[in-house]
Ligand binder design. Structure first.
Ligand SMILES: [Fe+2]
Ligand SMILES: [Fe+2]
Length: 305
């Protein structure tokens, strides 16, 4: 009988994630004193399996997000916060096809046609997603093109830069970890999360195209499944790199959320108005909960590509 697969990756300092094919996942602190006998001190070299690979990938996201305040993790949506999140969604999707194709070209040069094909397919699937965000912004009554041309939320910038950088690396396998992180988090969004946003909108306004397609109701769940299967099929060195980048991207994303979520609604409205150069018809406290406290905001993860 084949032995069940165990995979492990050192992600930060002396912390490694260990995952079994059966679904168990745990964080392991490398025991320096026992380095000679710690079986997880050396990088894994064996083949992957779907059950253990998903454990590593999701363990990396959990570890990366461990620093975000729980209070802020699922704030109530407001219209202003939702508009800002859509601008963020536009910026994290507008360059995705081009970036993925660039990385695919590199893998073609490196003689890895299977990685190139996977990235090409992803590029095709992600094409047009920036348009969904623009349509939603327009449906909110905003001058979408002008808004995104003049405004990129501060917390989103490092995330966009990370993806740009990863896709032009000499060996750009890390872009798969970044994409997994964003898609996995988007796929956590449920019907109820979309309904909360819809409840903020006037009857007949459809401004949740991006959110729907980047949720458990849209294509995101399938993208996540396909990525897990593909990553599990990669050689150990690639899997290690993908999991490490999933962790780094999750950390950058968590920091970005914290930054955006800590802004007051008035600050966000000011940013939107600055970008379009005119007053916008939003009032404070547009949240149905009437919670104007700092941090009561749309969960930006819902609108990530
Ligand atoms: Fe996707
Ligand atoms: Fe997308």
């Amino acid at each position: 009988m084949a032995r069940s697969v165990t995979e492990w990756v050192n992600v930060t300092g002396d912390i490694s994630i260990i995952a079994r094919e059966s679904g168990e996942v745990w964080f392991h602190t490398l025991n320096v004193a026992k380095e000679g006998i710690d079986p997880f001190a050396a990088p894994m070299m064996g083949a992957g399996a779907v059950g253990s690979t998903v454990g590593l990938l999701d363990g990396a996201i959990n570890l990366g997000f461990a620093g975000i305040e729980r209070r802020l993790a699922r704030p109530e949506p407001t219209l202003v916060g939702y508009a800002v999140a859509l601008v963020g969604a536009y910026h994290t999707s507008v360059d995705t096809p081009r970036n993925l194709r660039h990385a695919a070209g590199r893998f073609e040069e490196l003689g890895r046609p299977e990685v190139a094909a996977y990235l090409e397919e992803r590029a095709r699937e992600e094409t047009g997603h920036d348009r969904l965000a623009l349509k939603d912004l327009r449906a909110l009554g905003l001058p979408a093109e002008r808004l995104v041309a003049n405004y990129i939320p501060e917390g989103i910038k490092p995330l966009c830069k990370r993806f740009d950088d990863l896709c032009v690396e000499d060996y750009p396998i890390g872009c798969i970890g970044y994409s997994y992180c964003l898609e996995r988090i988007a796929a956590l969004k449920q019907k109820a999360d979309i309904e909360k946003v819809e409840a903020l909108l006037a009857d007949g306004i459809d401004a949740t195209r991006f959110l729907r397609s980047h949720s458990s109701l849209g294509s995101e769940a399938a993208h996540v499944e396909e990525t897990i299967e593909f990553v599990a099929s990669l050689p150990a060195n690639d899997r290690i790199r993908v999991v490490q980048e999933t962790y780094e991207s999750a950390k950058i994303m968590a920091e970005g959320y914290n930054h955006e979520l800590l802004k007051s609604e008035a600050e966000m409205l000011e940013e939107l108005q600055q970008a379009v150069g005119e007053a916008l018809p939003y009032r404070h406290g547009s949240s149905p909960s009437r919670d104007e406290a700092r941090g009561a905001r749309t969960d930006m993860s819902g609108t990530m590509p």
